[in-house]
Design a protein around this ligand. Structure first.
Ligand code: ADP
Ligand code: MG
Length: 235
């Protein structure tokens, strides 16, 4: 369980987070949206234990948080399978087990045919799929995704979001995912947080309302984000 109570975080005189309350229970999938510079990545780094709050209380019982970034960050001098095996070995996994797990997750992201390829031989979408395989292979108890699909074109983003959903369904992993695309985020999550002016507002997605309900929540979030864009454009 991750629990933030009245968290503030300042960088010097800049108050980025002013009073954040949030809970992330095991198995829950939470989306995080907000205008650029709102503090989304900062909140993710707090959840990963990489930053300490200025005030408030934070308790985190997740032991293996894992951050995934917008860029796949593969080691260019290692083959795809080695990119997945290396962190597994570093985490204490035996060589055979690391190979088995790496191949399993490469298959899940439909990259098993590219196990021996070099990162430079992969397209952007394939490299991001390899990065997801590497993340899931490490069996994190908390997956923190920072705009994982933003560098990809819309069709690929939808495919990757669906693939990520399948992997989440399989592992039951707890997730906090930042995105600029509410319509994708509602397909991946149970609830979304909108971060504005240092505070969060929660938008729960009613599972009983199905696709229609998800779409309505996404429209609402999209309009809220557009309002910000308009204010920035005018201001
Ligand atoms: P977002 O991910 O929502 O775009 P960030 O969390 O990256 O926003 O940043 C929020 C604000 O905090 C921005 O104004 C950014 O410039 C500032 N910021 C982020 N990290 C640091 C840091 N390490 N030192 C100082 N300012 C920072
Ligand atoms: Mg960010």
């Amino acid at each position: 369980m991750l629990e933030l109570n009245n968290i503030t975080l300042h960088f010097g005189s800049l108050a980025v987070l002013r009073g954040i309350d949030l809970q992330l229970k095991p198995g829950q999938r939470l989306g995080l949206l907000g205008p650029s510079g709102a503090g989304k990545s900062t909140l993710l780094r707090l959840a990963a234990g990489l930053l300490k709050p200025t005030s408030g209380t934070l308790s985190n019982s997740y032991r293996h948080p894992l951050l995934v970034f917008q860029e796949p960050r593969l080691l260019p001098w290692r083959r795809i399978i080695e990119n997945i095996e290396i962190p597994l070995r570093a985490a204490g996994c035996h060589a055979d087990e690391a190979r088995t797990r790496a191949m399993y997750w490469l298959k899940q992201v439909e990259l098993d045919a590219f196990a021996q390829a070099w990162p430079r031989e992969l397209s952007g979408g394939m490299a991001q799929r390899a990065s997801l395989a590497r993340a899931f292979a490490l069996q994190p108890d908390l997956l923190l995704l920072d705009e994982p699909f933003s560098a990809l074109d819309p069709a690929l983003r939808t495919t990757l979001a669906a693939l990520c959903r399948r992997c989440l369904d399989e592992t039951g992993a707890t997730m906090l995912c930042i995105s600029h695309h509410p319509h994708e985020l509602v397909e991946l999550t149970d609830s979304c947080l909108l971060l504005e002016n240092g505070y969060v507002q929660r938008f729960d997605i009613d599972p009983a309302a199905g696709a229609q309900g998800r779409s309505e929540t996404a429209d609402l979030l999209y309009r809220r984000l557009l309002q910000h864009e308009a204010l920035v454009a005018v201001g």
